[in-house]
Design a protein around this ligand. Structure first.
Ligand code: NAI
Ligand code: 15L
Length: 274
């Protein structure tokens, strides 16, 4: 696998462009040389050319991916929800996206997976190694389960149809960390753009799964598969640590909501029926 290349004038379909990460990436990715085509089920103020469509609309998805070099697939429900909603947006929706890519000859997808695909994994104790990327799937929610499906779908479309994917198990991508747990799993927006650029542009990735976090002093993730793509994280959550620890206390893995990687997703009650 060679290192990340210049984006040149590559066109990328950004799904979920109205969301939190999508909004950040609309500003941060064009300087790498990408021309972004935007899609979301919600209209995006100030973006008259954005495609407003649901992931259930395969014809519009086909039109949206046509002629692009890659897709950065962020769209979907981003928190726990009822199974029916997760099924429609995250499971069926991601399948529709891959079918649109296959039918239109698009060869690269970057899939926004999540730490919640492995959220039931115990938080590593002091002195224990960082969580490896091949840790088994242990979803903590229907939401996390949909990300396991997305990763398997990506593997299937690589093996069966030769569509390459980088599945990025994002930790917490927000302008700054807002909890003690996030000090370990924070992905700064700028590092997010560095990682998505590497995932979009590095040749010959097959299906590669990577952890998506910054160079956090308190990191729990092994970042080697991300670094093999040419990703060099430059940010660290540590400057935010003193204030968050003063407010919350140190991370306490004897508390059920802090004992596993998924944090409170692990202990939150299920949503039934929606
Ligand atoms: P978000 O909820 O702010 O944005 C998601 C966007 O997807 C929304 O604008 C929504 O309208 C759109 N969307 C949802 N269902 C759709 C559908 N059926 N058709 C078309 N559009 C649809 O989420 P955020 O934080 O921006 O996350 C982006 C992606 O990254 C999500 O897939 C999320 O699961 C994943 N992720 C995010 C993390 C984070 O820290 N922000 C952590 C781990 C994963
Ligand atoms: C996610 O997968 C969510 O999309 C995001 O909103 C955060 O909750 C993040 O995980 C997290 O674990 O902090």
């Amino acid at each position: 696998m060679a290192a990340a290349q210049s984006a040149g004038s590559r066109t990328v379909l950004l799904t979920g462009a109205a969301g939190g990460v999508g909004t950040l990436m609309r500003d941060l990715l064009p300087p790498y040389g990408y021309a972004l085509r935007l899609l979301d089920m919600r209209p995006i103020p100030g973006e008259p050319d954005a495609v407003t469509a649901d992931l259930g609309d395969i014809d519009t998805l086909r039109e949206a991916v046509r002629g692009t070099d890659a897709v950065l697939h962020l769209a979907g429900i981003s928190l726990e929800s009822g199974f029916e909603q997760i099924l429609r947006s995250n499971i069926e929706g991601t399948y529709h996206l891959y079918e649109a890519a296959r039918l239109e000859g698009v060869r690269r997808v970057v899939f926004a997976s999540s730490n919640h695909a492995v959220g039931m994994t115990p938080w590593p104790g002091p002195g224990e190694p960082r969580v490896p990327i091949d840790t088994p799937h242990r979803p903590d929610t229907f939401y996390g389960l949909s990300k396991c499906f997305g990763e398997d779908l990506a593997q299937f479309y690589w093996d069966k149809h030769g569509i390459e994917t980088v599945s990025v198990r994002i930790g917490s991508c927000f302008p700054k960390p807002t909890s003690v747990r996030m000090l370990s799993v924070w992905l700064s927006p700028q590092d997010g753009a560095r990682l998505f650029h590497a995932a979009l542009s590095t040749p010959d990735v097959g299906h590669t799964v990577v952890h998506g976090s910054s160079a956090n002093t308190r990191s729990v993730w092994d970042l080697s598969s991300a670094k093999a793509l040419g990703y060099t994280p430059l940010d660290d959550s540590e400057p935010f640590a003193a204030e968050l620890i003063a407010a919350e206390g140190e991370l306490d893995t004897t508390r059920p909501e802090q004992a596993r990687l998924g944090g409170h997703f692990v202990t939150d009650p299920p949503i039934w029926p929606h």
